[in-house]
Design a protein around this ligand. Structure first.
Ligand SMILES: NC(=O)c1ccc[n+]([C@@H]2O[C@H](COP(=O)([O-])OP(=O)(O)OC[C@H]3O[C@@H](n4cnc5c(N)ncnc54)[C@H](O)[C@@H]3O)[C@@H](O)[C@H]2O)c1
Length: 431
């Protein structure tokens, strides 16, 4: 049965969920505290980049099943189900900042009349769902809480919403279970696996999954560093490892360290949870340290190739934390650009879509319209994001535009033989 749903927070997770649930036939109001964001969305313009999102947004706005509003009160009153997908950024000490989430929960409690199912999609430390449930169930409120952590990958978020590997549902009442079955009926029909569990298990599944993947990336980065020193090729190693079904080939790509809005903050939050409950999380703690070291290693590598970096012009291609997204949160390019600025380099930066977000962090570097403009008179080129368009750089043009001949390819995108034949000094990672 179609439901009336409010989605609180229309960022990467909330907007995709709102659009996707409307596409399933539900009536959805996406609520955000930002008026400019809401205005843009009502006009059919996504405020974030995600492949296919604009089409889905416009289609569902036109169907009349989707709208956006800043009127939280009204939206909550009219809905049977409220999804919370607000941000849970890291605090100084690494623990998750729950200010947005608790504010949203208070808003729901204040405006709920009758039974509601509140679905927490935000990534929250173990115990948060129960705290919210306890907070609701005072003063005769009738609210169920469901923990439904999100696993979408930015850049592939629409595809992941409609074809998830699994749906995790921490549900502790039959009434809420029936509502969740209705909400996700379309996925049930295509035989998506559903994992039903308690609130704490659902919360910890999310952190365990992210920490495991962050471990895998860090592991292959360290193996890449060793391969480089001993004369082995990390691509052959990763390929062979991936052929082992127990390991799988995913997340075995060496690079400048992982970034993004999830892995870094979630593993920090996991360490903080370990501390709170007195449990050893040394492996995860080491991943945080090693990942930071991997980013710094890129600066050392460039130094090794260029000699002194002082007053050198460096073209930085790629600012997003990965390809196909405009998200720059914790992007390796942030550490790399900061490191280069620390060495008094001049920076020409380019990214197909993330420039606007990056310029909020570094307003004073030189942003370029295209990759060849960024290469003008550059002493060195460093590729930071695996955008497809950088794979096919016209090496003749690169040579013509650059002053120097140093290329550090932190994503192993270029054909190193061809690059070296053109007279460049080239290094990738782990080869
Ligand atoms: N981005 C991802 O790839 C991803 C994937 C899985 C899980 N998550 C988790 O999902 C959550 C949301 O992540 P995101 O990247 O979408 O965050 P985001 O920062 O992009 O979006 C959060 C939105 O919530 C809005 N907001 C804040 N307080 C609000 C309130 N009281 N009412 C209404 N709106 C409010 C903000 O204005 C913002 O637009 C986080 O917990 C994150 O860890 C994110």
């Amino acid at each position: 049965m179609a439901k009336k749903i409010t989605v609180m927070g229309t960022g990467y997770v909330g907007l995709i969920s709102a659009v996707g649930l409307a596409d399933f036939g539900h009536t959805v109001t996406g609520v955000d505290i930002s008026q400019p964001v809401v205005d843009k969305l009502n006009a059919g313009e996504p405020h974030i980049f995600e492949t296919g999102l604009r089409d889905y947004l416009q289609k569902n706005l036109n169907s009349g099943r989707l709208r956006f509003s800043t009127d939280i009160k009204d939206a909550i009153k009219l809905s049977e189900v409220v999804l919370i997908s607000v941000g849970t950024p890291p605090k100084e000490d690494g623990s998750a900042d729950l200010t947005q989430l608790l504010r949203a929960a208070k808003e729901i409690k204040r405006n709920a009349a009758g039974h509601k199912v509140v679905v927490i999609k935000s990534t929250v430390p173990v115990g948060t769902n129960r705290t919210v449930l306890d907070m609701f169930n005072t003063n005769g409120c009738d609210i169920d809480v469901v923990s439904n952590p999100e696993f979408l990958r930015e850049g592939k978020a629409i595809q992941d919403f409609f074809h998830p590997d699994r749906i995790i549902l921490g549900v502790e009442s039959e009434r809420a279970k029936a509502v969740m079955e209705d909400i996700y009926r379309s996925l049930y029909l295509i035989q998506t696996p559903f994992v039903w569990c308690n609130l704490e298990t659902a919360e910890l599944i999310k952190y365990s999954s992210n920490a495991f993947l962050a471990n895998k990336v860090t592991f292959i980065n360290q193996m890449a560093n060793l391969a480089e020193v001993v004369g082995a090729d990390i691509h052959d190693i990763a390929k062979a490892m991936g052929m082992d079904g127990r390991i799988s080939s995913k997340f075995l790509h060496p690079g400048p360290g992982f970034g993004g809005s999830c892995f870094p903050k979630d593993i920090k939050a996991l360490v903080s949870m370990g501390e709170k409950f007195g449990v050893d999380m040394s492996l995860v703690r080491e991943v945080i340290r090693a990942n930071e070291a991997q980013k710094q290693l890129m600066i050392s590598k460039l130094k090794g190739m260029l000699g002194d970096l002082k007053h050198k012009t460096v073209a930085v291609l790629g600012l997003a934390f990965k390809a196909e997204t405009d998200d720059v949160r914790e992007s390796p390019a942030i550490s790399i650009v900061a490191g280069l600025l620390h060495e008094d380099c001049r920076i020409n930066a380019h990214d197909p879509i993330a420039t606007r977000n990056f310029s909020g962090l570094f307003p004073d570097i030189n942003y370029c319209e295209d990759e060849y403009e960024a290469l003008q008179k550059a002493d060195a080129l460093i590729i930071c994001t695996e955008w497809n368009e950088y794979r096919n750089l016209d090496l003749h043009k690169v040579k013509q535009n650059m002053k120097g001949n140093v290329i550090l390819d932190t994503r192993n995108l270029l054909n190193r033989e061809q690059v070296r034949q053109r007279g460049f000094i080239y290094q990738g990672v782990g080869r």
